[in-house]
Design a protein around this ligand. Structure first.
Ligand code: 3AM
Length: 175
């Protein structure tokens, strides 16, 4: 079994920028930083999946013709229950929730039921953040993310926490 999810994965230059421009914020949060290599936006979480189901998920993703879009990350938020500090977008471009919806629909044939919670795209920056009041650290300047691929990612849990590995990519080409 593998623990899998679909995500947007930043290219190295964007990943560097996301990491560098949020470093001060993360340090102030006192939480455990997400490693630069692990920054991402989860689109659909799958959980533990065996080889046959993984093949079904890959086939489902290949049926989509998602449109490319630019996600502009311009806001910082904190979820107290998850104790997570995140970077998000005040304006979510419609192709992104459309991608999550169509992927959820395509995954139904593989036996998945869609996540009932509303889709709130975000990049988790730090976990185990005990408390976050926002001030005095301002949000970084808006960071545009031109999304060009959908990725299937494996989450590997080790004693230091989860680490991620991109297994496959599908272009967002539209049409
Ligand atoms: O993308 P982020 O870091 O917000 O919290 C997990 C992580 O989210 C989330 O999926 C991403 C990759 O592991 N996750 C873990 N378990 C989950 C679950 N049961 C989950 N999301 C939804 N349901």
């Amino acid at each position: 079994m593998q623990r899998l999810f679909f995500a947007l994965w930043p290219e190295p230059a964007l990943r560097r920028r996301l990491f560098c421009e949020t470093r001060r914020l993360v340090r102030r949060s006192g939480g455990r930083p997400v490693a630069e290599a692990d920054l991402h936006v989860t689109v659909v979480f799958l959980g533990a999946v065996d080889a046959a189901r993984r093949a079904c998920c890959e086939a489902a993703a290949a049926t989509l013709r998602p449109a490319p879009f630019t996600l502009t990350l311009d806001t910082v938020g904190y979820w107290p229950r998850a104790r997570a500090l995140w970077l998000g977008a005040t304006q979510v471009p419609e192709p992104l929730p459309a991608l999550a919806r169509s992927l959820n629909e395509a995954l139904a044939v593989c036996g998945f039921t869609p996540e009932p919670r509303p889709f709130r795209p975000h990049v988790t920056l730090a976990r185990k953040v005990a408390q976050w009041k926002g001030a005095p650290a301002p949000a970084p300047a808006p960071i545009p993310w031109p999304a060009e691929t959908l990725c299937l990612v494996e989450s590997v849990t080790d004693p230091a926490g989860a680490r991620y590995r991109v297994l496959r990519r599908w272009p967002l080409a539209g049409g």
